[in-house]
Design a protein around this ligand. Structure first.
Ligand SMILES: C[S@@+](CC[C@H](N)C(=O)[O-])C[C@H]1O[C@@H](n2cnc3c(N)ncnc32)[C@H](O)[C@@H]1O
Length: 245
């Protein structure tokens, strides 16, 4: 880590709105009935696999989400938006527990509306708040993968300190990630890409795995597009992968 960024930490609130336009009665109902089945209480220092057992049960109008098979690894998605990527990964990796953090309640409700049609989704757990709370509560070397996809770009220079990727956050991520675990980052904001790369390349616990331009210009096949990526309003998306050393 360079002296320049040493001691750097994100300040203030990292996200904007918690609530957007008024939700439909159906989505309000899902927040009351299905969300409590998927939300978990943070237990500082506990192995995150424990968040996937014992099986969750619930009531209300929704069918209950029960616990599934053995969870072998846990991955974390920070700011899942409407959850398309989270759901895609959960479906294709049934042995992996997917924890999603998203404070924007309309996005959470959108994911729930997809999950209700698939009550067998047992390997998803949600935190409707700041991902930093989860990371702080995790024990060392407990995550196999971390996704930070199209984080809020905070393009104004005076707001850069609100960006999720800061040296201190990378220290924390390095602490909770297992050796060899992967950190995936995507952005369509050139300045954020440069900002993130500068810090990740300077960090002695992360190694960029790209060997040619194609590696960061194109999305790998096991990485579905997110809602935000499809809009790609700020520029051409870039896909970065780092290995925890
Ligand atoms: C630009 S959106 C991208 C959403 C999604 N990843 C996508 O690609 O469609 C960034 C998201 O990150 C969430 N976010 C911001 N700060 C966060 C934090 N500290 N913890 C968890 N989520 C956060 C925001 O609420 C927002 O939904």
């Amino acid at each position: 880590m360079t002296e320049q960024h040493h001691g750097e930490r994100a300040r203030g609130q990292l996200y904007g709105r918690r609530k957007g336009p008024k939700l439909s009665p159906h989505r309000e109902n899902l927040l009351e009935t299905l969300l409590p089945q998927l939300e978990f209480k943070l237990k500082p220092g506990s192995d995150p696999k424990s968040y996937f057992s014992p099986p969750l049960c619930g009531g209300g109008e929704t069918r209950s989400v029960s616990g599934g098979g053995q969870i072998e690894d846990v991955w974390l998605e920070i700011g899942f938006g409407a959850g398309e990527h989270l759901l895609w990964q959960a479906e294709r990796n049934p042995q992996v527990g997917l924890i999603g953090a998203e404070p924007f309640i309309n996005g959470v409700a959108k994911l729930l509306s997809k999950l209700v049609a698939e009550p067998s989704r047992t390997n998803i757990r949600l935190h409707t708040g700041d991902a930093r709370d989860i990371i702080a509560a995790l024990p060392d070397a407990s995550l196999g993968r971390v996704f930070i996809l199209f984080p809020d770009p905070w393009p104004k220079t005076r707001h850069h300190k609100r960006r999720f990727i800061q040296m201190e956050m990378l220290d924390e991520l390095a602490r909770v990630m297992k050796k060899g675990a992967e950190l995936r980052f995507a952005s369509d904001d050139k300045t954020y890409v440069a900002y993130a790369l500068e810090r990740l390349m300077a960090h002695d616990k992360f190694e960029w795995t790209a060997s040619c331009a194609e590696d960061w210009r194109s999305r790998p096949t096991d990485w579905p597009p997110t809602r935000y990526e499809i809009k790609a309003i700020r520029g051409v998306p870039v896909f970065l992968r780092f290995r925890r050393l």
